[in-house]
Design a binder for this molecule. Sequence first.
Ligand SMILES: Cc1ncc(COP(=O)(O)O)c(C=O)c1O
Length: 360
Amino acid sequence: MSDVLPQARPDLTGFAPYRTQQMAADVRLQANEWADPNPAARYLSDDELEALLLNRYPTAARDLLDALARRYGVGPDQIVVGNGSNEVLLYTFLLFGGHGRKTLLFQPTYSMHARLTQTAGGSVIDELVGLPYSLPAERALAAVERHRPEIVVICSPNNPSGTLVGEDVILSVARAVPRSLVLVDEAYADFAGFTVVPRIAEHPNLVVTKTFSKARAAAGLRLGILLAHPKVADMYRGVQLPYNLSSITAAVGAKIARDDAAIRGRVERNRTERERVHAALRRVSSIEAFPSETNFILFRLRAGTTEEVHARFLRESVLLRDLSSWPGCAGCLRVSIGTPDENDRFIAALRSVFGAAVAA
Ligand SMILES: Cc1ncc(COP(=O)(O)O)c(C=O)c1O
């Protein structure tokens, strides 16, 4: 066999795959999923499954779009659906980024924004906010003025810090650069009762992404959406892959999109469990736990290495996310909020991992 390989784009040569930590563990608190089992069988009856004809391409997901339009108070023509929000994020960077164009990120933030910018051929500008993560309007505006990016990304609440970036900050950026796109990633916004969707009408350069993977408890479904001004949504439809959503995803998604009561219940349960986990973290003198509006908590070690602490949790069969390589996150780990039993396991593991540093 010849060892001559085709040449990839030089800027993507050696580009490492996106990796999450996938070690075996009973208690998996590394990916910010909703932890209670959510079986697909809950959503489709036998008759509905019979009616899903897999020999045909999917029809336009009318039912899903209508449910989402009602839920978010927008027209169906303002919604672009994707195979997870990562797909609509990719469309964003293909459409508004690319060669010679810049994406401004406020670090630390969700790592896919940088990866997808690069995949599309654009360049990333990192503005280091650090921890605790606080982004006042003056700071955001100064960065925008300095770099004049084609895309500004604001994740609110932000992953991995767990904190909100206020609507005032987002809108002042949108006003300052009306010819640039301001992408607001609201993957965790349900947990915080936050959204800037109603402001899209006055700010056509504002687009918002949302996911079914967190408070909607359907990470395995792979469904994400982008909400935009109708003319901007049309631009997205120009790059959208044909039939990018399977018939099954659209059918299940339409049911989940109407189930607001379930979201309210999860948000409430998450709040009480998050407070419990946060209180337990605050009892550990050798760490600093940051406040959170989401279904995860970021904490920083005052002593020791993240590798060592991550491994000690794994010995208790609790899997966390080591974020120490993310910008401004040296010494940081992130724990997702799990079921009450899983959170008990995490809280019990704190004592084995941190020993005498845990207050009684
Ligand atoms: C901020 C943020 N945006 C988007 C995503 C991706 O979501 P999806 O599963 O819809 O692709 C994640 C996943 O963790 C996330 O943290």
